[in-house]
Design a protein around this ligand. Structure first.
Ligand SMILES: Nc1ncnc2c1ncn2[C@@H]1O[C@H](COP(=O)(O)OP(=O)(O)OP(=O)(O)O)[C@@H](O)[C@H]1O
Length: 265
């Protein structure tokens, strides 16, 4: 799945929140969007999903395999979300429904897109267990019967990822999916993203404020500041030779926290 964003401008009335942003994500590419809080990362990913909050508008062009997302009617957007583009957000606690079993939530996208029948209970259970296995949840047959509060934070995020990849989308959007997790769990989840996109041949857009995280899951990087793209390039290149002060600040912050010895050499 390729994504082509051209002159994307996101506004709230007269206030421009994202200003003429352009980037391309090739088929199978792992693309990172990084920037400080308020730089426009989340609005950019929401625009790709056609999910901007009420009152916020987008102009320009967002093409998914040539299909224009901006101005697309809601019914058509609903056919794309979950099916062609999967999304994982920061907080698995609020993304999951506390009242529904894990298995039911995992298969929801399959039901929504007609890939399994609501009447086919054995089929639904099989699919739920398959997805639990895919995201490496322990005891898949048992865990699909549980409720979100019975899982750890890392396990809940695995469920969130399972839901995102359930209908085999060819583009996966991840907005700070590891920010709420502690560092060891974070590393496991990043490894899972890498394995899933490699196995599916899917493209990944990974959004974060933490360059150390991106060095593990992205090849190419776009740096946003105040709604504007200030720098772009390969992750290795930007880490070793940041040109914009914002990028240099992100490199310094990552060095202080969790770069491995290999990254900072
Ligand atoms: N629903 C909204 N109403 C008004 N302004 C908004 C809304 N959502 C975002 N903004 C504004 O748009 C700008 C970009 O926000 P966005 O959430 O995309 O930033 P971000 O880089 O994802 O930050 P964070 O890492 O804190 O989520 C910010 O100035 C923010 O205040």
């Amino acid at each position: 799945m390729s994504l082509e964003v051209r002159d994307l401008t996101i506004s709230l009335g007269q206030r421009v929140l994202v200003d003429r942003l352009s980037f391309t994500v090739a088929d199978g590419e792992r693309f990172g969007i990084i920037g400080e809080s308020g730089s426009g990362k989340s609005l950019t990913t929401l625009a790709v999903l056609g999910l901007l909050p009420d009152g916020i508008t987008a102009t320009g062009s967002i093409r998914l395999d040539g299909l224009e997302i901006i101005g697309m009617p809601e019914r058509e957007l609903a056919r794309i979300r979950g099916r062609r583009v999967g999304a994982v957000f920061q907080d698995p606690q609020t993304a999951l429904n506390p009242m529904r079993r894990i298995g039911d939530q995992l298969v929801e996208p399959l039901l929504l897109h007609g890939l399994v029948s609501r009447r086919d209970r054995p089929g639904r259970v099989r699919q739920a267990v398959r997805l639990a296995e895919l995201v490496r949840l322990p005891e898949p047959e048992l865990i699909v019967e549980r409720y979100p509060h019975q899982l750890s934070g890392g396990q809940r995020q695995r469920v969130g990822i399972g839901i995102a990849v359930a209908a085999s989308p060819q583009l996966l959007l991840a907005d700070e999916p590891t920010t709420a997790l502690d560092v060891t769990i974070q590393a496991e989840i990043l490894a899972l993203f890498n394995a899933l996109v490699a196995d599916a041949g899917a493209s990944l857009i990974f959004v974060t404020h933490d360059l150390a995280v991106l060095s593990d899951v992205a090849d190419t990087l776009l740096v946003l500041a105040g709604g504007v793209a200030v720098e772009r390039g390969s992750v290795a290149e930007l880490i070793s030779n940041p040109r914009h002060p914002v990028t240099a600040g992100l490199v310094a912050a990552a060095r202080r926290t969790s770069f491995t010895a290999e990254d900072v050499r």
